[in-house]
Design a protein around this ligand. Structure first.
Ligand SMILES: CC(C)(COP(=O)(O)OP(=O)(O)OC[C@H]1O[C@@H](n2cnc3c(N)ncnc32)[C@H](O)[C@@H]1OP(=O)(O)O)[C@@H](O)C(=O)NCCC(=O)NCCS
Length: 175
């Protein structure tokens, strides 16, 4: 059974396997990874997991330029298959390009409907958290993500250019 689970240090080994699948240094959308993260040591991995929890905590002020963000891992038993994030609000950059939700599926698990399923789940969580609408975006050269968003019912608004390059923007009405 595939589930969305909260990040946990218990899956360190599985995280490393997923990291090798993606390729080290490859951007993993929706994961919250930053350049300085160290996943190899248990201490470094624990710091990463702690930061993901802290970013979701409304009692902890987000860093400048960031907003509160919740992260989940797509997992089948102890195997991590992907990540998905929900940004609770939109700042200028997120409204233009980044959107509320980001996701990524490890290469070996793609094409099984995981991203579509996870997006549906997180749209439900966004509704439960009181969001009335959610913006989901994809680069114009990302047909797989475009398909995921359109299948989930996203309503296309426009394409905007910025530091992410030309980006398709879709809205989900959550009321
Ligand atoms: C985009 C991504 C999340 C999709 O994950 P996934 O679990 O494989 O997605 P799903 O299986 O739910 O659906 C993929 C859909 O795209 C379609 N697709 C895949 N590659 C495609 C392509 N090159 N052209 C057109 N459609 C494509 C699939 O056929 C499927 O559509 P279907 O359900 O109608 O068959 C995954 O490819 C990924 O992690 N990519 C790298 C990170 C990324 O781009 N994240 C999104 C940022 S906006």
């Amino acid at each position: 059974m595939t589930e969305l689970i909260e990040p946990t240090t218990a899956l360190h080994r599985s995280w490393l396997a997923s990291l090798e699948d993606w390729g080290r240094g490859v951007h993993q959308d929706g994961s919250g990874i930053r350049d300085f993260d160290d996943f190899d040591s248990p201490e470094g991995f624990a710091r990463f997991v702690r930061r993901l929890h802290d970013e979701a905590d409304p009692d902890i002020d987000p860093e400048p330029g960031r907003v509160d963000t919740a992260y989940w891992w797509m997992a089948e038993g102890d195997t991590i298959l992907g990540s998905i994030s929900l940004r609770h609000e939109l700042n200028d950059f997120l409204l233009e390009q980044g959107g509320n939700i980001g996701y990524g599926v490890r290469p070996s698990a793609r094409g099984r409907g995981l991203a579509g399923w996870a997006l549906h789940e997180v749209l439900g969580k966004a509704r439960d958290r009181g969001l009335s609408k959610a913006l989901v975006t994809c680069h114009v050269t990302n047909p797989a993500s475009r398909r995921v968003i359109e299948r989930a019912g996203g309503v296309f608004e426009d394409i905007r250019d910025g530091r992410l390059g030309p980006t398709r923007r879709y809205w989900f009405d959550l009321r």
